[in-house]
Design a protein around this ligand. Structure first.
Ligand code: CP
Ligand code: NVA
Length: 308
């Protein structure tokens, strides 16, 4: 049994196998209606709980569709509707869920909730986003890069904005997949130093460049994300917007990256804040491929978790 808690906690060989398997599964159902079952049904007879303590469009739907395509069944639960939100411990919840379901995916606030769930569950647990990380997103993003441009190893990925949960998982992936990662944002919103340190220890070249125009020079990918994440207080919104405005990804900034650079965003995007519509809808953008690839990448993650 394997938990999928974070990219840096999963072996590099296994990560690579998951990306390859995701691409194979995607190719195998090319052109089929979305509800058509996959030719092989590795999740037949399996029940999957999808728990959300925060809103979600992509994670919720892509996991649900992915399980069904592989022959399994899902139940989508909101944390607030469960006793989880009313004082039952995470440990007890994990023990109980393990008697009903074969796999748990949870999107939560505190990373500790995820870790406790994994410690006490006797079935695999998948991280569907915490305040600190978002590993499923970056599996889809690595897949998206590679289907467009080939191996990601040695390429230059540039993050513009807040050093948030999605940025953290990019840093973890830099160490595991061996690409260069540049963070460009204000010092107050830097990623956690431990994430940078760990990636460097694995041999990834990690750069901090406050000037976004300099940062994106030679970039293979420019990435943006919301300036205010779901766990950030609304009272910090104005300050964050003021600090992050210079890091908006617009056509002028994209023009400084490599001519064939990709623009990535995990979505949901706030058009004309962190990215302009011209870039979102322009020739560099692969944001909807990223969204689609959540489905294929997570199917591979679930199979790895269950060993099927
Ligand atoms: N990118 C992503 O995780 O989207 P949702 O919040 O809609 O799941
Ligand atoms: N950083 C964003 C990602 C959403 C998928 C958030 O946590 O709200």
């Amino acid at each position: 049994m394997n938990h999928f808690l974070d990219i840096h906690k999963t072996g590099a060989t296994d990560l690579r196998a998951m990306i390859d398997s995701a691409r194979e599964m995607k190719a195998a159902r090319d052109g089929l209606p979305k509800g058509t079952p996959d030719a092989s049904q590795p999740l037949a007879g399996r029940m999957v709980a999808l728990i959300f303590e925060k809103p979600s469009t992509r994670t919720r739907i892509s996991f649900d569709v992915g399980v069904r395509q592989m022959g399994g069944q899902t139940m989508v639960l909101s944390g607030a509707d469960m006793q989880l939100g009313h004082g039952e411990t995470i440990a007890d919840t994990a023990r109980v869920l393990s008697r009903y379901v074969d796999l748990i995916m949870i999107r939560t606030y505190e990373e500790q909730t995820l870790l406790e769930m994994a410690e006490y569950a006797t079935v695999p647990v998948i991280n569907g986003l915490t305040n600190r990380t978002h590993p499923c997103q970056i599996m889809a993003d690595v897949m998206t890069f590679e289907e467009r441009r080939g191996a990601i190893a040695g390429r230059k990925i540039v993050w513009c904005g807040d050093g948030n949960n999605v940025c953290a998982s990019w840093l973890h992936a830099a160490g595991q997949f061996g690409f260069d990662f540049t963070f460009s944002g204000p010092e107050t919103l830097d990623p956690e130093p431990s994430f940078i340190g760990a990636a460097r220890k694995q041999g990834a070249r990690i750069t901090i460049e406050r000037d976004p125009a300099r940062a994106v020079e030679g970039a293979d990918v420019v990435v943006a994300d919301t300036w205010v994440s779901m766990h950030d207080s609304q009272s910090s919104k104005e300050r964050r917007h003021n600090q992050l405005r210079p890091y908006q990804v617009n056509e002028a900034l994209m023009a400084r990256a490599k001519p064939d650079a990709l623009f990535m965003h995990c979505l949901p995007a706030h058009r004309d804040d962190e990215v302009t519509s011209a870039v979102m809808d322009g020739p560099h953008s692969v944001v909807f491929d990223e969204a689609e690839n959540r489905l294929h990448a997570q199917k591979a993650v679930m199979r790895w978790c269950l060993g099927v």
